[in-house]
Write a new protein. Structure first.
Length: 224
């Protein structure tokens, strides 16, 4: 019998608590499958891939230095947004193979690093839509002030009108006192969106963006 990860155990516990029908998807040799089917409001089938963000080699190296009182490696930095991008790339083929354009698909992410990754809402935003970028015009004249040209989403976009549209949303799974909660961040470019009204069955909070991403924006919370 296959051992379940912490993230899978928490996700199944969440579904049980919220009375959501779920079904693990059997593994198929030489074929990358997602983890679960779930049914919201008993009829809305959604494909789910659960990803667990564990400590990386860099994280372990950092922890070792701190424990031994050594100088922290200068190259260490928070990489939550980068790891979100890698997860989207990894999960996309699994979801695409199975959803086949028929079912919404969600990537559920659980931070199992004890907070070392500093994974937060902004990491998810920048991981999905690109780095926050500020363009400033610096004048050579000493008496002319610098001018803010633009504040926008920059490079490294993983979700666009042309890429990874099978991903309906990214969801952040958390647990306090073994009580799992799920926050959903909707992909505004997806082919098959998850209906927010239905998603309240599983979501603690939900977020989205305005469709025009020509300027930088932060998440807008969806109210019930």
């Amino acid at each position: 019998m296959e051992n379940k990860t912490i993230s899978e155990q928490l996700f199944e516990n969440l579904c049980t608590i919220r009375d959501i029908k779920f079904e693990p998807i059997p593994r198929v040799k030489d074929f990358r499958t997602p983890d679960y089917r779930i049914w919201l409001k008993t009829t809305e089938e959604i494909i789910v891939e659960v990803k667990q963000m564990d400590l990386s080699k860099e994280d372990l190296h950092f922890i070792d230095h701190v424990r031994k009182g050594k100088e922290v490696p200068s190259g260490f930095r928070a990489t939550g947004h980068i790891r979100i991008r890698n997860i989207i790339t990894s999960a996309h083929s699994q979801l695409k193979n199975f959803s086949k354009g028929l079912y919404p698909a969600i990537i559920v992410i659980y931070d199992n690093t004890g907070g070392l990754s500093h994974l937060d809402h902004e990491d998810i935003l920048n991981g999905m839509y690109g780095n926050e970028t500020v363009v400033v015009n610096f004048s050579q004249a000493p008496d002319v002030a610098s001018e803010l040209v633009s504040h926008k989403f920059g490079g490294k976009q993983k979700l666009t009108p042309y890429h990874n549209r099978v991903v309906s949303a990214i969801a952040l799974l958390t647990a306090e006192n073994n009580s799992p909660k799920l926050n959903i961040f909707h992909n505004i470019y997806t082919e098959l969106p998850v209906n927010p009204h239905i998603a309240w069955q599983i979501a603690e909070k939900q977020y989205t963006l305005q469709l025009d991403l020509s300027t930088y924006q932060f998440w807008s919370e969806i109210t019930p």
